[in-house]
Write a new protein. Structure first.
Length: 340
C-alpha cells in the first residue's frame, strides 16, 4: 500500500512550501495548505469525524483539532496499521501508555527536521554524540530518528543509552578520544544524570542540545540549575534547546531563557483551556499546533502544554496544564534510573 494520489499531491505541496519558505522563494499561503490538508483528513481521521468539517473560510487557528491524548487510545491519521508504514511511539506518560504517530514514510519529516535544525543551529559540529537510544535499537523513537539525521557518512554519530540506561563508560571513552568539537544531544534527565558523575569539559566549540521535560516524579531539577551545571562542567560554546512531540513532524528550537522558534510550516496558537477559543498573542493558554508536515497524521493538534505565543509566532513554555500526566522522552531514563 502507499499514499493515495490526493495525499501525494498534498505532500508535494508541503515539500515545496518547506523548501521555498527557507530558500526565499514564493510559496503558497500557509492557511490554504492547512485548510486543504484538514479538509482531506477530516473523513479519514478517527479522532475528527465527530467534529464539524472545515470550510475554505475557516481560520487556521480554528481548524478541527485532535486532543493529543487521543493518540494513546485511537488510531489517529490517514495511514492504516500496515507493515510498510512507519510508526513513531511516544516515550509514554507516568501511566505508561504510549501514543502512536503513523506515516507512510519519513521523507517529509526528515526534510523539515534537518533543514530547520541547520537554520537554528548553523554552528552545530559534524560529530554527534547522543545520550539517547540508538535508532537501530529504538526505531519507533522520533527523537533518536531526528538526531540520526544530523550525522553523515563521515560522522555517523555515537549513541550511549540503551532502554533508558546511560552507558557512562562508553560515553566518557568516546569523549576522551574526541579532540574536535561535538554536538552533544540529550534529554534533560539523561544530561542531569551524567552531570552527577562530574564529567570532563567538552572539546572547544562543542554545542549541547537539551530536550525533554525537567520534571519527573522523584527527581527534579530546574532549568536554570541544569543549564548552569552544564555550562560549568562541560563548558560548551553554547546550549540550545529543542521542543518536539512524537505526534508532530516538526520541531521548535531555542536557547536557555529565550523563546522557542517554530519553522514557517508550523504555527501555534494559545487557547482558552475551558472554551477552546484562541487567545490574543502574549496571553498564556493551552497550546494548539498546526503542522503542515503532518499530512499523514493530524494537521491540527491540541497539546497538554501551556504557553504564550508572541505576535511573531515564537513560543514561551509555561509547563503542563494542571492535572495532566507528566510525559516525554526524559521519563525513559528516569524509569531506568529508579529500577537500579
Amino acid at each position: 500500500m502507499a499514499r493515495s494520489k490526493q495525499a501525494q499531491a498534498l505532500t508535494d505541496r508541503v515539500y515545496h512550501f518547506v523548501n521555498a519558505s527557507l530558500d526565499g522563494e514564493q510559496h503558497e499561503r500557509f492557511e490554504d495548505i492547512a485548510r486543504a490538508i484538514a479538509s482531506w483528513q477530516h473523513p479519514l481521521c478517527e479522532g475528527r469525524r465527530h467534529l464539524a468539517p472545515p470550510s475554505m473560510e475557516t481560520p487556521w487557528q480554528e481548524l478541527p483539532s485532535v486532543p493529543v491524548d487521543l493518540f494513546k487510545s485511537l488510531h489517529i491519521g490517514t495511514v492504516p496499521a500496515v507493515s510498510d508504514a512507519h510508526c513513531f511511539q511516544t516515550s509514554g506518560t507516568t501511566q505508561g501508555v504510549r501514543g502512536k504517530h503513523w506515516m507512510w514514510d519519513n521523507a517529509l519529516y526528515d526534510l523539515g527536521a534537518l533543514r530547520w535544525m541547520r537554520v537554528c543551529v548553523p554552528d552545530a559540529p559534524a560529530a554527534t554524540v547522543s545520550l539517547l537510544d540508538d535508532p537501530r535499537h529504538a526505531p519507533d523513537s522520533s527523537l533518536s530518528h531526528m538526531v540520526a539525521l544530523f550525522g553523515s557518512a563521515d560522522h555517523p554519530g555515537s549513541w550511549h543509552t540503551r532502554d533508558g540506561h546511560l552507558n557512562h563508560a562508553s560515553l566518557n571513552a568516546r569523549l576522551a578520544a574526541q579532540t574536535e568539537p561535538v554536538f552533544l544531544t540529550a534529554t534533560a534527565f539523561a544530561l542531569a544524570e551524567w552531570l552527577t558523575t562530574s564529567p570532563a569539559a567538552l572539546a572547544d566549540g562543542s554545542v549541547v542540545m537539551v530536550t525533554g521535560g525537567f520534571k519527573g516524579r522523584r527527581h527534579e531539577l530546574t532549568q536554570e540549575e541544569l543549564y548552569a551545571r552544564t555550562q560549568t562542567s562541560l563548558q560548551p560554546l553554547r546550549i540550545v534547546t529543542e521542543y518536539g512531540m512524537t505526534e508532530l513532524s516538526s520541531q521548535l528550537w531555542g536557547e536557555p531563557d529565550t523563546t522557542y522558534r517554530p519553522p514557517p510550516w508550523l504555527r501555534i496558537v494559545a487557547l482558552d483551556p475551558v472554551e477552546g477559543t484562541p487567545l490574543p498573542p502574549g496571553t498564556t493558554g493551552q497550546l494548539r499546533f498546526v503542522d503542515l508536515c503532518n499530512v499523514d497524521g493530524a494537521v491540527c493538534i491540541d497539546t497538554l502544554d501551556q504557553g504564550t505565543v508572541s505576535p511573531s509566532g515564537e513560543v514561551t513554555l509555561a509547563g503542563r496544564l494542571p492535572g495532566s500526566d507528566v510525559r516525554g522522552c526524559s521519563l525513559t531514563v528516569e524509569d531506568a534510573w529508579e529500577r537500579n
